[in-house]
Design a protein around this ligand. Structure first.
Ligand SMILES: [Zn+2]
Length: 56
């Protein structure tokens, strides 16, 4: 018995978007490619949580 190929979901789908630790969300231009910086706050570590929180 042949395995049925996975059908692509239509309708409302989860898009592969990015969310920065600053809260900004965007869709990267190239699929599967990690954006180098957050377009809003320009941090290169947008996909990593803040290790140290600077206290006022
Ligand atoms: Zn950001």
């Amino acid at each position: 018995m042949k395995k049925k190929p996975k059908e692509l979901e239509i309708g409302l789908v989860m898009l592969e978007g990015c969310r920065c630790r600053c809260g900004h969300e965007w869709l990267p231009r190239a699929k599967g490619e990690r954006p180098s910086v957050c377009p809003k706050c320009k941090t290169p570590r947008w996909d990593q949580p803040k290790l140290f929180e600077r206290k006022p």
